[in-house]
Design a protein around this ligand. Structure first.
Ligand code: IMP
Ligand code: MG
Length: 195
């Protein structure tokens, strides 16, 4: 248990909210992720052939590792921007209500845009964000998700590109958290409670 130091406020309480012990079973290796990203980058490069610049929008916080690796494989002019939406609290269930906590810093009107998401689960987050950004009239807007859990879908949406389809398991690592934990794991693993 971490000491509850005052200055970390909410985040500390969220981190400390995990009380049940768990282990992480490896699901997708760092090597497999890197290989998949190389292929995805090639497809994205080809799809945006002729574009003078691509605005790559990462959805915070889960996509920060994915976007860092993806843009370094994209051999073209990119601008990187971030947007933070929230649909999850401390729990493992989506609240279904999407709020924008941090908006983009730049304009996307008339630009080529790629929205980068960590996981498409119920679909509410990506649907909400894509609608919001399309209302700003980008020249073109496409989406990419590292992971997709198709069996969990509540909104009829699919990312233009998907890294891996996975079963209905709660996963962590490679930027993805469980109550703010395990984002720094280099691979994707599934959470398994031990009691
Ligand atoms: P959706 O709105 O239900 O599609 O949820 C998407 C968001 O929920 C993702 O961006 C993740 O932040 C979070 N999420 C969904 N599944 C998982 C998971 O297995 N582990 C951690 N976060 C998840
Ligand atoms: Mg997320």
């Amino acid at each position: 248990m971490l000491p509850n130091v005052g200055w970390t406020g909410e985040r500390s309480r969220e981190y400390d909210a995990v009380t049940q012990p768990y282990v992480i079973d490896k699901m997708i290796s760092a090597k497999a992720i890197a290989a998949r990203i190389e292929d995805l980058a090639r497809e994205i490069r080809a799809a945006f052939e002729g574009s003078d610049k691509l605005v790559v929008v990462g959805l915070l916080r889960g996509s920060f590792v994915f976007i860092a690796d993806l843009v370094r494989e994209l051999d073209m002019n990119v601008e990187v921007d971030f947007l933070e939406a929230s649909s999850y609290g401390n729990a493992m269930e989506s609240s279904r209500e999407v709020r924008i906590i941090k908006d983009l810093s730049g304009e996307i009107s008339g630009r080529d845009v790629l929205v980068v998401e960590d996981i498409v689960d119920t679909g509410h987050t990506l649907d909400h964000v894509a609608r919001l950004l399309r209302s700003r009239h980008p020249k073109r807007l496409e989406t990419i998700a590292l992971l997709d859990k198709p069996t969990r879908r509540e909104v009829d949406i699919k990312a233009t590109w998907t890294g891996f389809e996975i079963p209905d398991e709660f996963v962590v690592g490679y930027g993805i958290d469980y109550a703010q934990r395990n984002r720094n794991l280099p691979y994707i693993g599934k959470v398994r409670f031990t009691s």
